[in-house]
Design a protein around this ligand. Structure first.
Ligand code: OOG
Ligand code: NI
Length: 456
């Protein structure tokens, strides 16, 4: 009898739930965010029947309450490539390359996430994963010390390693192994209240960059936030402020739109947490470390390369505008002004080829002829009432917001600049695989919906 493997989607769902429970216990404010977002989502759907219908049509109601992303930072190629194999067990694969050195953060990153429509609908859980780039640290002695510490740690349990190997060998895991895998994998993401280095070494690494200390001084890459998805981030932001949560002043990303695009995010500031540091005699000295925070996001339309170029151009305008002042209100105004020319109806976004859409038969009276089926462009299907077209959700990240998060959430305000150091080839060599191109994945989702439409 063949073994009864459970699907990677199920393992991912089990893992996302376990991670959420763990983070809720570790960071109680996260529980508050979850509850706040669930309420706002229910209210938003009640107040907006068209949105509710769209969410329903796309099978997104279920995933909405499950939806989270997390973030971790690792220190070596060995750790990154092992993570790739761990995430593959859960049907999560590396998508996109993000160079954050331009923003003064010595890492480059990818997002591990499900790829196809059915897996995304089942549970879109994703983890933004960054690799420390020690080569960007100026002090050679410190660089060597950090590399030696990293070389001496293993962030994976023996059980996790064994079950990853078993999956690769046998092609899957049965239910009992899947449960065991989730428990073992979770260990890698846990917070450690004790550092592996002395307070003195911590401070030295911290001076090189806060992020170096965060990656190097602990036994594992603690998950540093877990982000639920809201349908109305302005309402979520107002509610955070009303409850006295120390939220960031501005929402990162595009302005509020009738058709939300890409990703808008807000967060509360990172917590300063007590950590003990062993000295040479093994005595523990108290100190603190700042890494973990809370974040909420709203996801919108996945843009095509043409749409993304327009988005980037609009955003660049904001930076060049001389604002009346620098209050959050002024920023929102400037942002809205800069995006005035960005189309904001589904029809116009589609006509100009700025976004990716999922087409499906309306099931209404009107039906295309056999001939139309072959020749009619997608736009005409919608115009003639044969098909509906809904925005495909952006599943990835924005490097500019990510950099803003890194900066505000490592607890510091100082800005550092590294020269632009994009090196995707080196990242992929460390990862042991190529990353997928997000634009190609969105194009494929749209193409698949069109192919199904023509066959229907
Ligand atoms: C990752 C920050 C990126 C996002 O939502 O853009 C991120 C980090 O701080 O490790 O999570
Ligand atoms: Ni995030």
């Amino acid at each position: 009898m063949p073994p009864a493997f459970v699907s990677p989607d199920r393992i991912r769902s089990l893992f996302a739930r376990a991670m959420s429970d763990m983070y809720r216990a570790e960071v109680p404010l996260y529980g508050t965010l979850i509850e706040l977002v669930a309420r706002i989502n229910a209210d938003t759907l009640r107040a907006d029947p068209a949105l509710a219908a769209q969410v329903e049509r796309n099978g997104e109601r279920e995933r909405l309450d499950l939806e989270r992303h997390g973030a971790i930072r690792v220190g070596s190629a060995a750790e990154l490539s092992m993570l790739r194999r761990l995430f593959a067990v859960m049907g999560m694969f590396p998508v996109g390359y993000y160079d954050l050195s331009v923003a003064g953060v010595p890492v480059h990153s990818t997002a591990f996430r499900p790829l196809d429509g059915a897996s995304l609908a089942a549970n879109p859980f994703r983890v933004f994963t960054s690799l420390l780039r020690l080569e960007l640290i100026g002090d050679a002695a410190l660089r060597q010390q950090a590399a030696a510490i990293l070389a001496g740690r293993d962030i994976f349990t023996a059980g996790a390693r064994e079950l990853i190997a078993k999956t690769e060998r046998d092609g899957g895991l049965d239910e009992a192994d899947a449960q065991r895998f989730v428990a073992e994998a979770l260990e890698t993401f846990r917070w450690h209240g004790d550092a592996t280095v002395s307070l003195h070494d911590y401070h030295a690494l911290h001076r090189a960059h806060r992020l170096v200390a965060d990656v190097v001084c602990f036994r594992g890459p603690h998950i540093n936030h877990l982000t639920p998805r809201t349908l109305d981030i302005d309402a979520a932001q107002a509610e955070m402020q009303r409850r006295g949560i120390d939220a960031k002043a501005v929402i990162e990303g595009p302005p509020r739109r009738a058709v939300p695009v890409l990703l808008r995010q807000t967060s509360f500031k990172a917590l300063e947490e007590t950590v003990s540091f062993p000295d040479a005699e093994g005595r523990l000295a108290p100190g603190t470390h700042t890494a973990r925070f809370g974040e909420i996001e709203q996801r919108g339309l996945a843009l095509t390369p043409k749409g993304r170029a327009l988005y980037d151009a609009c955003l660049a305008k904001v930076r060049n505008m001389q604002g009346a002042g620098s209050t959050p209100g002024d920023y929102q105004e400037r942002l809205a002004a800069a995006f005035a020319d960005f189309p904001d109806t589904p029809d116009e976004l589609r006509r100009q080829g700025l976004g990716s859409f999922r087409y499906r038969p309306t099931g209404a009276g009107a039906k295309p002829s056999a001939d139309e089926r072959e020749t009619l462009p997608p736009e005409a299907w919608v115009a003639r009432g044969y098909a509906s077209a809904d925005p495909i959700v952006y599943e990835d990240f924005l490097p500019v917001s990510a950099a803003g998060l890194f900066q505000s959430n490592l607890g510091g305000t100082e800005q550092r600049a590294y020269a632009a150091n994009e090196n995707q080839a080196e990242f992929e060599a460390a990862l042991g695989a190529k990353v997928d191109d997000p634009f190609a994945l969105y194009a494929r989702l749209q193409e698949e919906s069109l192919a199904a439409l023509r066959k229907a």
